[in-house]
Design a protein around this ligand. Structure first.
Ligand code: ZN
Ligand code: ZN
Length: 322
């Protein structure tokens, strides 16, 4: 039974996985760094450039209801895949789900173009392992005390860490995923899922508008602009939620809650709550806190597609409240 609290900085403890002995924790290799730079260019810079193009081309490819729906549907699918799948299910095992829903969430999360399942979960578990200490791959708080250092830290945590960083060893951080051939297959086919995430809204808009211009506007708004917007949410969590906001719980890191961001990041911005209880499926931890990722998990559990949802009880919450 996973424990709720990650108090010993051991990424595997709250997952019920024994820590692999004698395994290298991170790998720094020129080939891996080259792959990371390529990924940054096509998964981050390209959506940004296409977003500028989408606005510049509005007179030629105007936005109507097909593009709006394509944007919202693909944003919800990839966002829920990331928060309910990559994060709460695969990284933290905060609930259980059958093989079909696991596969669907792994594919949906991959459509967010934030790295394949194996890499994302490994990087995220290392973030919890060393949160805001030397070794945390994307902390904004390791550059020094001056405001210029803080600004550099913010820029690093927001975006540039992705350009090149030490790669967490999957054998150390994600032994549970690399032992699962089905999840490995989904993870290896990551470029295909990203392509489908862009191609599906493009084709849907082309068919709805019965025109080639629909293909372009669907690609831009349901594909590229949606990727850009979704990835800003991930960057807000990595940067703002370790710099600004409130601390409900006493944790060994500098994580913060920013409630006003919650509707736009599927509840992920209850980040101090999450660092205090990484094994909890609920990030809001109060009924009135907006947490769409948790609402989604509750809905699929009511449909019989998920179970064993872990949430802390009142006593556990009070024991850690500041
Ligand atoms: Zn964090
Ligand atoms: Zn986490």
């Amino acid at each position: 039974m996973p424990s709720l609290i990650d108090k010993d900085h051991k990424p595997m403890i709250h997952l019920g996985i024994s820590e692999p002995e004698g395994k290298q924790q991170v790998v720094s290799d020129p080939f891996i760094h080259r792959r990371q730079r390529h990924h940054y260019l096509w998964a981050n810079v390209l959506p940004f450039a296409c977003t500028i193009a989408a606005f510049a081309l509005l007179p030629v490819f105007p936005v109507g209801w097909p593009e709006g729906i394509a944007f919202l549907v693909m944003w919800a699918i990839s966002g829920l895949g990331l928060t309910a799948g990559f994060h709460r299910l695969f990284a933290h095992n905060s609930y259980t789900a059958g093989p079909h829903i696991r596969s669907a969430l792994a594919v949906a999360g991959s459509m967010g173009a934030v790295g394949n399942l194996t890499s994302w979960v490994a990087i995220h578990r290392r973030h919890h392992h060393f949160a805001d200490r030397e070794g945390d791959i994307h902390s904004p708080n390791l550059r020094g005390p001056r405001w210029r250092d803080k600004l550099r830290g913010f820029q690093y945590a927001y975006s540039t860490w992705m350009f090149e960083h030490p790669y967490p060893n999957p054998a150390y951080y994600v032994p549970d995923i690399i032992r699962n051939p089905h999840l490995c297959r989904i993870s290896r086919r990551y470029p295909l899922w990203v392509f489908l995430g862009v191609a599906i809204p493009a084709v849907a808009c082309a068919l709805t508008r019965t025109s080639w211009s629909g293909l372009v506007s669907g690609f831009l708004w349901g594909g590229m602009v949606r990727l850009f917007v979704l990835q800003q949410g991930t960057s807000w969590i990595n940067s703002f939620c370790h710099l600004f906001g409130s601390r409900r719980f006493d944790t060994d890191d500098l994580s913060r809650n920013i409630g006003c961001l919650a509707p736009f990041v599927f509840g992920e911005s209850w980040h101090n709550n999450h660092h205090a209880f990484p094994g909890s499926a609920s990030f809001g931890l109060r009924w009135y806190c907006i947490d769409p990722g948790f609402w989604f998990i509750r809905i699929i559990s009511l449909l019989g597609l998920a179970g064993d949802i872990t949430v802390p009880n009142q006593k556990q919450i009070e024991a850690r409240t500041v």
